[in-house]
Write a protein that binds this ligand. Sequence first.
Ligand code: ADP
Length: 854
Amino acid sequence: MRKPLGQGQQAQAALRQSEERFRLLVAHALDAVITIDLQGLITSWNPQAERLFGWPQEEVLGRLLSETIIPLAHREAHERGLARFRATGEGPVLNRRIELTALHRNGTEFPVELAITPMQSGKTTFFSAFLRDISDRTRAEQALRDSEAGFRLLFAHNPLPMWVYDVATLDFLEVNAAAVAHYGYAREEFLRMRISDIRPPEDVPKLKEVVTGLAMGMDHAGIWRHRLKDGRIRDVDIMSHSIEFAGRRAALAVAMDLTELRQTQASLARSTERLQILHEIDRAMIAAEAPVAIAEAVLPRLRDLLGVPRAIVNLFDLATGEVEWLAAVGRRRLRLGPGVRFPLALMGDVEALRRGELQVIDVASLPHSPDAEALLESGVLTYMVVPMIAGDELIGAVSFGGASSEFPPEQVSIAREAATQLAIALEQARLRERVKRHTDELEQRVHERTLELSAANEKLQREVAERQRAEAEAARANHAKSDFLSRMSHELRTPLNAILGFAQLLELDAQRPEDRESIDQIVKGGRHLLSLINEILDIARIEAGRLPLSPEPVRVGDSIQQVLDLARPLAVARSIELESIGEALHSQHVWADHQRLQQVLLNLVSNAIKYDRDGGRLTVACHAVAEGRLRISVTDTGPGISPALRERLFQPFDRLGAEQRGVEGTGLGLALSKRLVEAMSGVIGLDSAPGKGSTFWVEFLQAESPVDRLTRTEPSPAVLASPAERDGTVLYIEDNLSNLRLVERTIALRPGVKLIPAMLGRLGLALAHQHRPDLVLLDLHLPDISGDHVLRELQEDPELRRTPVVILSADATPGQVQRLLAAGARAYLTKPLDVRQFLALLDETLSASEAPDE
Ligand code: ADP
């Protein structure tokens, strides 16, 4: 139930209502709301105040406001203000918006905006304060202030020219110091000008277009031409931004002068091109291009780089006083030489060029000539001549020119560089061409020479073939000749033997001296003829390579002794004393055919006797010469032989005039001797002086004696002893005493065996008949008849046919061995004798002959 209220009650109720409203208002206010009493103690504290200052309501109620939210520095002022209000009821800060610094519970200070209002509640006065944090706003204001200052700074101190202009009127609104410095106008002048004033007039329409865009808020960047106060035109890179400026639509422009940069770029491009040209020349040079190709590759670029309408590479022919175009480039066309020739005078002072000096030629000043005319016609009024010098030689010039007589230093230096490089390249190329020409010529010559040589070669081959045919022919003829000779000698010898035989019989019976003399003539003639036939035959055989030789160790002393024995009767007849020296060497052996050595020595000794004076002296000497050789010499006391005649000495049939002196001879002895000695690897020679006698000598290789060899190499006789005692007779037909001795010693090992030696074939045959030996040992080279002959006769003899014949020969050619075995020889032993083999054969043969049935 409700009771109606009294007036006081109503008033109180109204107050309460209003207080409640205020409380709600405060609680939900956006600002912090704080009330304090006159003493400055906090009486209310809304949630915003809690947030703003960090104090909860329950902690601050009743606290002094000044101690809670006012920074220490301002507390005193606050207290003073409050005291004054208490005294006067007035305060300057009341009822208006003020800004202060407040203190947060955490100690930080921050700006606040507040309004303080005194209020009356009944009799009590209190103050309510509305506070708001204005930190953000303050910061923004500060930022704006800072940014403006920054902008000003940037604008004013920017090293790049900057300005602001009105996009509607194009008036300059502001310029910076850099613009003033760069363009040459004072700031005041600028501010009276429009941006079109710093453009060349022709660029203004385009400028207006761009500004229209800027007016619509678009930015712009581009390169413009600007005119400075002094009239110079510069290339400038402009960046424009549309901005507000002092409430006007404006544009801020930043200018960057590119003129220097562009110039630098252009000169960089030129120097790149320059290098490119030099490189081009080098490349052509390395690629071994021809001079004209080098000029062709370089000239158009050079013309462009020089910025001239015309450039020519000229080669000088100093001998004829002419110039020839290697290549010429005009505005449109490139002409490659050669062909165009003109006088050297057009190149200016040649001596100066040679010194490396440039020539500038004014075409009008040239003497009147078709060439000068042509130049003028093609628009060349002046041209520069740059010498090309390779090494020390002026080889040509690069010339270029046009209407202008200006040749800027850069142009000149480019032309010089190119000319220097071209000179080197052209010289190289010319050198290469010369070398190539030379090589080609050489190749041609080599080719021709090769042809010649192969022709000569063919001819030579033909000739060789021809000669071979001729040689074969000659060999055939030679064969035929020696065949003929041997047949002839046989045919001649048979009747000759008859003539000689019967002549000797007749001689026995001849009574009358004149008959005896006639017969003597026949015998002499016959003997002469016989020796002639024998010697001719020997020479023919040697020359046909058909003379059988059997070299073996021959004891020097034996040969000398035998020859002296044979010569003694002749010497006695002429009262010539015979002498032998160097006999200590007689036991030495030489390597020779025993019989042929004998023949040679006999020939020398008989010559010595024939040509010596009566009562002279003949000396046969033996000495060792170097390198294991022995020399046998025959010296006489005859007329000697003059050096002039020596060459003819060994020619067949050349008797050196002896035929006129009535000395008998054939003129074949020495010729045959020389051939025989050489066939036995010996040397024949002569030492003589006219009137001082002659010394003929022969030299042979020394050999070991077979007997020495036997004692050196063979084992003791005990080893060689026979298994059983053998008896028998052995006939050895051999003329070489060394061999006889060897066999003798060997057979001595078989005491039951008797050895019969025979030094001639016929003697051997006779002894065979007489002694009927058990074995015949047969040498093939015998003084009278050949071993073949002996074998044949033995084989043909019914009584001796079964006697075994063993051949002992130095000749070991397989054909020979085969032939003799086929002819009936039991065995064929070669010299030097293998004693063991010989004994085995001896034992075997003798034991077979002892068999009862044999
Ligand atoms: P010939 O049968 O004439 O002796 P040779 O060939 O033996 O032939 O000799 C040739 C020539 O050499 C002889 O005719 C002679 O004139 C000369 N002659 C050879 N030996 C002597 C010598 N010992 N003294 C001088 N002259 C010689």
